[in-house]
Design a protein around this ligand. Structure first.
Ligand SMILES: Cc1cc2nc3c(=O)[nH]c(=O)nc-3n(C[C@H](O)[C@H](O)[C@H](O)COP(=O)(O)OP(=O)(O)OC[C@H]3O[C@@H](n4cnc5c(N)ncnc54)[C@H](O)[C@@H]3O)c2cc1C
Length: 494
C-alpha cells in the first residue's frame, strides 16, 4: 500500500474550530473536534473496515484503528478507548497532536474516493469520552499481578507516561521522577494550551495514578538523586530513562544571544508558566513581552507554536522564516494553516545571517539571506545554498529560534558508565537497555527529537525488554531460593 499525503481540508477543520478573533483573544483550544456522538458516528460509519487495515501500518505505534472505529460505529465509545489504550495510553493527546496527514490518514484507502477517515479526530473523541467517564471504568483489568519489583521512570513526557502505564500493567510498582512542576514533558511546556490543554494531560495521568503509579515532580535525577542511589539505596530493581531532547539548538550566527532573541523552548515554556501559574501554583517570572514584530526561524511544529503564541501575546506582525519551501516544511500542514488563519505570514528560502542590536544593545533587526534549492543530497532532498549578495534586513522586536533540539547531557554526565553518542543521545541495544544493566531508555533521549507517537511506541518496545529483564531476575531469584530450600531440606534429612 503506498502512502498518499492526506488532502488537507481546511473546510473540514474550520467547521470545528474557534473563529479567529475568539482564538486570538485567549488560550482556549482552537480545534474543537466532534461536538456530538452523531457527528463522530457519521464519520466512523464512512470507514470500510478493510480486511487489511493499512491505516494501522501508517501509524508509528500501530494503534488498533480499524477495530476501535468499528466499536465507535456500534456506539461503544468506552470499549473503543480501552482497546486503543492497550497500545496507546495517551489517545486524547495523540488525537490532538499527531501528524495524521502523513501517518494513519495518509494510508486510509478512502482517500482514493475523497477525504480520508478523520482517524485522529475520532481517536480524540472516544479518548476524551473515556477520560470524562473514568469513574465508570474498571481499570483493575489493566493492572497486572504484583511482581514485588520496583521501577523508577525518569521523565513524565509521553515516553515516561507510556512506560509507566505499560509497566504498571505488568504488575511493577512504578514511580515517575519528573524535574518540572507539571506532567507531560514537551506536551505540557512546549505544545501550547490552545493545541493540547494541560487538563487533558492531567486526566491521562489520573488514569496512571488509578493504576497505582506514583509521581514525584520537582526531582531532577542526576542532580537531586542519582541512578545509582535509586538502584542501590532506594531499592528500585530497574530504571527507565525518558528524559527527552530538550537542549535547544541554535543556528550559530552572530547576535543570537542578544536580549530579544529567544529559543523556542524558553519562550514557550515561559508563556506556559505565566498562563498556568495561578492554576498550578507555578513560580511567576517576568512576563514575556514580544513587541509588535516577531520573526521565527524554522518551520517545524515548534515554530508554528511560537508564531501562534506570539500572536496571542499581542504581536502585530509575525513572520515565520524558513530556509526551504512550504512543501518541505517539517511542521504538520494543519499547523501552517492555523498560523496563516490567525494572521501570521511566511518567508520561504531565507536564512538568518545575523541578529542586529540597537544602541541599547537590544535586538532591533535581523539580516537574512536568500536561499536557493540545489542538487539533491544523498537522501534525495534538494540541498539549499545561499544566493551570494542577496542579504537584506527586516526590523523586529523579538526573534525566536526554533531550529531543533538535542538531548541534555547532565544525566549522562552524572551517571558513570552510561554511554551516549557524540550528539548526546543515550545508546541502547535492540531491547532498549543502555550500557548499564537494568537501566533502559526510550523516546527523544534515544532517537533525538521526534514526535509524541514515536515516543510512545519506543517506550512500549523498551518496556518489553525491561519486562523480560526483570522476569529473568525474578526467576533467577526464585530459582536460587528454591535451590537453597532443597539444600536445606536435604541437609535436614541427612
Ligand atoms: C514546541 C514543540 C511542539 C511540538 N509539537 C508536536 C506535535 O504537534 N506533535 C507531535 O507528535 N510532536 C510534537 N513535538 C515533539 C514531541 O513533543 C516530542 O517528540 C515528545 O514530547 C518526546 O517525548 P519524550 O517523552 O521522549 O520527551 P519529553 O516530552 O521531552 O519529556 C521528557 C521529560 O523528562 C523530564 N526530564 C528531563 N531530564 C530529567 C531529569 N534528569 N530528571 C527528571 N526529569 C527529567 C523533562 O522535564 C520532561 O518532562 C513538539 C515538540 C516541541 C518542542
Amino acid at each position: 500500500m503506498s502512502f498518499t499525503m492526506s488532502r488537507f481540508s481546511w473546510k473540514e477543520v474550520e467547521r470545528h474550530q474557534l473563529d479567529r478573533d475568539k482564538a486570538l483573544a485567549g488560550w482556549d483550544e482552537v480545534n474543537l473536534g466532534y461536538l456530538t456522538f452523531e457527528e463522530a458516528k457519521a464519520e466512523a460509519d464512512r470507514c470500510l473496515q478493510c480486511g487489511t487495515p493499512y491505516c494501522q501500518e501508517g501509524c508509528p505505534n500501530h494503534n488498533p484503528i480499524r477495530d476501535f472505529i468499528g466499536l465507535i460505529q456500534e456506539g461503544r465509545l468506552i470499549d473503543a478507548a480501552l482497546l486503543d489504550w492497550e497500545a496507546n495510553p495517551l489517545a486524547s493527546c495523540t488525537g490532538r497532536v499527531c501528524a495524521w496527514e502523513r501517518q494513519c490518514e495518509g494510508y486510509c484507502v478512502v482517500i482514493n474516493h475523497g477525504d480520508p477517515i478523520r482517524i485522529g479526530t475520532l481517536e480524540r473523541f472516544m479518548g476524551d469520552y473515556a477520560l470524562q467517564h473514568l469513574d465508570e471504568i474498571d481499570l483493575s483489568s489493566f493492572k497486572g499481578e504484583a511482581t514485588g519489583q520496583r521501577v523508577a521512570v525518569v521523565g513524565a513526557g509521553p515516553a515516561g507516561l507510556a512506560a509507566a502505564w505499560f509497566l504498571a500493567r505488568k504488575g511493577y510498582d512504578v514511580t515517575i521522577f519528573e524535574s518540572w512542576y507539571l506532567y507531560g514533558g514537551v506536551m505540557a511546556y512546549g505544545i501550547p494550551e490552545y493545541v493540547l490543554p494541560q487538563r487533558i494531560i492531567d486526566l491521562e495521568v489520573e488514569k496512571l495514578l488509578r493504576l497505582g503509579v506514583k509521581v514525584r515532580t520537582g526531582v531532577r535525577v542526576g542532580k537531586d538523586v542519582t541512578i545509582k542511589e535509586l538502584m542501590e539505596r532506594d531499592g528500585f530493581d530497574a530504571v527507565f530513562i525518558a528524559t527527552g531532547a530538550n537542549q535547544p539548538a541554535t543556528p550559530g550566527v552572530p547576535g543570537e544571544d542578544l536580549p530579544g532573541v529567544w529559543t523556542a523552548k524558553d519562550f514557550l515554556m515561559r508563556a506556559t508558566e505565566e498562563l498556568l501559574s495561578r492554576e498550578y501554583g507555578l513560580p511567576v517570572k517576568e512576563p514575556v513581552h514580544v513587541g509588535d514584530r516577531v520573526l521565527i526561524v524554522g518551520a517545524g511544529d515548534t515554530a508554528m507554536d511560537a508564531a501562534r503564541t506570539s500572536l496571542r501575546l499581542g504581536a502585530k506582525d509575525v513572520i515565520v522564516a524558513y530556509r526551504r519551501t512550504e512543501e518541505m516544511a517539517p511542521s504538520r500542514p494543519i499547523e501552517i494553516e492555523h498560523v496563516k488563519h490567525e494572521g501570521g505570514r511566511f518567508m520561504y528560502l531565507v536564512n538568518p545571517t545575523r541578529f542586529i542590536a540597537d544602541e541599547s544593545g537590544k535586538l532591533c533587526a535581523v539580516e537574512l539571506i536568500r536561499m536557493e534549492l540545489g542538487e539533491p543530497d544523498r537522501s534525495g532532498r534538494p540541498r539549499v545554498q545561499p544566493v551570494p549578495g542577496s542579504e537584506f534586513q527586516i526590523p523586529v522586536d523579538t526573534a525566536i529560534l526554533a531550529v531543533g533540539y538535542k538531548p541534555e547531557r547532565d544525566l549522562a554526565d552524572s551517571t558513570e558508565g552510561l554511554e551516549v553518542a557524540n550528539w548526546g543521545g543515550i545508546i541502547v541495544d535492540r531491547y532498549g537497555q543502555t550500557s548499564l544493566p537494568g537501566v533502559f531508555a526510550a523516546g527523544d533521549c534515544v532517537t533525538g527529537a521526534k514526535t509524541v507517537v514515536h515516543a510512545i511506541y519506543a517506550a512500549r518496545k523498551a518496556c518489553e525488554g525491561l519486562h523480560n529483564y526483570l522476569m529473568a531476575k525474578r526467576l533467577e531469584r526464585e530459582g536460587a531460593a528454591r535451590h537453597e530450600a532443597l539444600l536445606l531440606s536435604a541437609a535436614a534429612a541427612s
